[in-house]
Design a binder for this molecule. Sequence first.
Ligand SMILES: N[C@@H](CCC(=O)N[C@@H](CS)C(=O)NCC(=O)O)C(=O)O
Length: 203
Amino acid sequence: MKLYHSPASPYVRKVMVLAQETGQLDKIEIVAVATTPLAPDANVAAANPIKKIPALVADDGMTLFDSPVICEYLDSLHSGTKMFPQGKARWEALRLQAAADGLLDAALLVVYESRFREEAMRNQAWVDGQLSKIDGALDAFEAAASGFGDRVDIGTISIGCALGYIDFRLGHRDWRASRPKLATWYKAFLARPSMDATKPPAA
Ligand SMILES: N[C@@H](CCC(=O)N[C@@H](CS)C(=O)NCC(=O)O)C(=O)O
């Protein structure tokens, strides 16, 4: 299958981490793309009407998009430990994924505001609103971090990729200072080979 990919995308990173954690990297052909709201990639647009990455073209030609959908699809293709657990653990993992993806959506809006909008059109109150969503998610992760242990599932993978993006694009914001449990958990999670292999490029 083909994955439209950029090493800077935290959503693509979720897919790549899950693929490595489930032993499926060899099934994925990476297609490097650069796509933005102002210059969408034509191949991405053909696979995903929302014109975002990750987008996946499965071996039978089916196209899938949005990282939660692609991750769940990949998780359905292997018989090892599932990254989307069953029972109550499933809802906890999906809840954490939703918070991590929401953090990322807010972070991307902040980054895109300065990258794609002329200075005269920028709105600091709106950016502050996005930053407060990021802080809210980080505080929720801090409150939950003592329960993460060495769990690897779609919830913790999503949080790891979200924290990686904050360090990559909003590194001046010292999220660790007031969130020591999350910082300790992240340090250990970052040492996983799947996280090491998917580090974003130098900012
Ligand atoms: N909800 C989507 C978000 C994907 C997303 O925002 N990807 C960014 C790259 S990190 C993108 O393709 N941006 C291009 C655009 O917004 O047109 C997911 O989970 O996959």
